[in-house]
Design a protein around this ligand. Structure first.
Ligand code: SF4
Ligand code: SF4
Length: 470
């Protein structure tokens, strides 16, 4: 049965719910609605005005109105409760008096779960790192694709939904790092995979995470720079990771794996260190290592993470926790920086890691990390076969540089040759560490390639034999 215009409900409008978009004016065939000229004091918008004398109740204006509580049929009016009529319930009447002593949050410990023995896998470095994160109990991954790191995120996107986890592809690297800020603020392990230009974009957020004392693992599969550069391997971000993590007084433990096995092992370690110190940890791989396949043995256990006492978890116990790096009072910010620097000093004293190959009697000490360390290791064998007492010192932590294990080797070393895929970023870290330790080093020379070119074993041998300078 047709409904006559006389019986169709006309619209009504509560001015507080009108945003002044004017769509209803265009929609009305009877020109019943006009632009208002009064600013609503409560909203700051200018609501439309209704003159419904000619209104036929067609409801076109109601359909056009995008506001859920905007134009509505007058039949709703009886049920409508004006916003001002809402009264917030006093929580006391609902829940009783609030306890004067909120419980102190207590850390909920994690646990290690035994894994069945399995055959070794053959994995590329990015996959091995992703697997390491899963075994560390990470179920939250944020990413923005960038070659040559993308496979790590890609694998996570496939498996996390099956593991009750979440992979979020953000709109940019800036969004990624801020999602990590939020996730780790809740006390949850999280990771991202990126490559050099993407890592540059994350630096401000990493600085915020360091300031707010939040964990998080950043896998940077380094590629040739500067700028977009290319997608071939380079050790282009040693300086960024060790010296330039955003503004302010920042440091993060920086790990440099050399094999797919270490991509897994050091990713697991990174989570542990990250939560131990409440600080991001950076894993610097290179483009070759990210794509290179190798034998990977799984550990005997995997981690079920606990919940730190500081987590903003959203329950009563954690309600008083606050994650923030804003300290506007100068003396408070200075005190916070003193606290952070004490933490860096503890990391520097206790987290140095290195690998030493045939260093016991070495007179020529090669220093290399990541993929170039593999070439340098081969060069050590070649040089030994030619009667040169060569050894390889491989820093696994680039920050802190493992000066404590390097220093004792220098009693027999007559010269150091730094082998790297960068124009001197590793050598700078070495020289800085020696200087801070007050060690007068033997002559230092280098074998360097960059721009996506790796130093080859033969040119390392040739460089050492002719004196190492290049
Ligand atoms: S119901 Fe129809 S006629 Fe009445 S104001 Fe809305 S659009 Fe105009
Ligand atoms: S469509 Fe709704 S929100 Fe927009 S001016 Fe009209 S009543 Fe206001």
């Amino acid at each position: 049965m047709a409904v006559s215009a006389a019986t169709r409900p006309k619209p009504f409008l509560e001015a507080e719910f009108c945003k002044g978009c004017l769509r209803c004016i265009d929609a009305c065939p009877k020109d019943c609605i006009s632009q208002g000229d009064q600013i609503n004091a409560g909203t700051g918008y200018v609501p439309v005005e209704l003159d419904l004398e000619n209104c036929n109740g067609c409801a076109l204006c109601i359909q056009a109105c995008p506001e859920p509580f905007g134009l509505r049929p007058e039949t709703d009016h009886a049920d409508h409760v004006h916003a001002a009529e809402f009264e917030l319930e006093d929580p006391k009447t609902l829940f009783g008096e609030r306890s004067s002593s909120a419980p102190t949050p207590v850390a909920r410990p994690g646990s290690e779960i035994a894994l069945p023995a399995t055959e070794p896998l053959v994995l590329k470095g990015t996959y091995a790192s992703a697997l390491g994160a899963l075994l560390a109990g990470c179920r939250h991954v944020f990413g923005y694709p960038i070659t040559p790191s993308t496979e790590g995120a890609e694998l996570m996107a496939k498996v996390l939904p099956k593991l009750d986890g979440a992979f979020v592809q953000a709109v940019s690297e800036v969004a990624v790092v801020n999602m990590m800020y939020g996730c780790s603020g809740a006390g949850l392990p999280c990771i991202t995979f990126t490559s050099s230009p993407g890592f540059s974009l994350m630096l401000e957020g990493i600085s915020y995470m360091i300031g707010a004392e939040l964990p998080g693992v950043f896998v940077n599969v380094m590629r040739g720079g500067p700028g977009l550069g290319n997608i071939a391997p380079e050790q282009s971000d040693i300086k960024l990771a060790c010296r330039g993590l955003g503004h302010g007084n920042t440091h993060a433990i920086t790990l440099a794996p050399a094999t797919p096995q270490e991509m897994l092992d050091l990713t697991r370690l990174a989570f542990s260190l990250s939560f131990k110190y409440r600080n991001p940890v950076v894993i610097l791989g290179d483009g070759y290592l990210g794509q290179m396949t190798g034998v990977v043995r799984l550990p005997k256990t995997m981690t079920k993470p606990g919940l730190p006492a500081w987590a903003v978890w959203g329950d009563r116990e954690h309600r008083s926790n606050l994650i923030c790096s804003i300290l506007l009072v100068e003396t408070e910010l200075e005190a916070h920086n003193i606290h952070l620097n004490d933490k860096y000093a503890e990391m520097a004293a206790t987290e140095q890691r290195s690998d030493r190959y045939r260093c016991e009697d070495a007179e020529v000490l090669l220093v290399a990390c990541n993929t170039p360390a593999g070439m340098a290791k081969g060069a050590v064998e070649d040089l030994r076969n030619q009667g040169v007492k060569a050894g390889l010192f491989r820093p696994i932590t680039l920050w802190p540089f493992p000066i404590t294990s390097l220093a004792p080797l220098l009693s027999t070393v007559k010269r150091i040759v730094v082998v790297e895929a960068s124009p001197g970023q590793l050598e700078d870290e070495l020289r800085l560490a020696l200087s801070h330790a007050g060690i007068a080093p033997p002559p230092i020379s280098s074998v360097r390639r960059f721009g996506g070119v790796l130093p080859q074993q033969s040119e390392i041998v040739a460089g050492v034999l002719k004196g190492g300078a290049q």
